[in-house]
Design a protein around this ligand. Structure first.
Ligand SMILES: [Zn+2]
Length: 141
């Protein structure tokens, strides 16, 4: 297994209410030249957590931070006009919390970051630090 020292949260940058399957996401990401879905886990609007690429594989979700992170995305992130917005359903909010807790149980008390901390993007369209509280420091590998 890779060393994991952070969890990075994303949105799929799809409009609120738009259904998105893992197969569709995989096809988009393969078109971009990725081997598989860029993220490791994807949270559906109903709160179901789907597997993206295997967790043993480096992700393709955050330039410069893929080697030792886990990519977790929720479906949504754009409002009806295509503007960045926190479109998470309550089920997605709850599922993200559960996913982070489970991953921390497995990989230790790793920090949670938003993609927008590392790239000039709105993704994931909410304040990750406000949501997940004070963060432990990343282990510098
Ligand atoms: Zn992102």
């Amino acid at each position: 297994m890779r060393a994991i020292n952070e969890i990075i949260i994303h949105c799929t940058a799809t409009k609120a209410g738009r259904e998105l399957t893992i197969d569709e996401l995989r096809a988009w990401h393969k078109q971009k030249g990725f081997k598989d879905v860029g993220y490791h886990y994807v949270v559906m609007p109903d709160g179901e957590i789907k597997n993206g690429r295997p967790i043993t594989m480096c992700g393709a979700h955050c330039k410069g931070h893929n080697a030792n992170s886990i990519g977790l995305a929720y479906v949504g992130g754009l409002d009806a006009n295509g503007k960045p917005a926190d479109t998470r359903t309550q089920q997605q909010r709850d599922a993200l919390k559960v996913a982070v807790q489970v991953l921390r149980d497995v990989f230790g008390d790793v920090p949670v970051h938003g993609h927008n901390e590392y790239a000039n993007k709105a993704c994931p369209c909410f304040d990750v630090h406000k949501e997940f509280g004070k963060q432990p420091k990343s282990n510098q590998l």
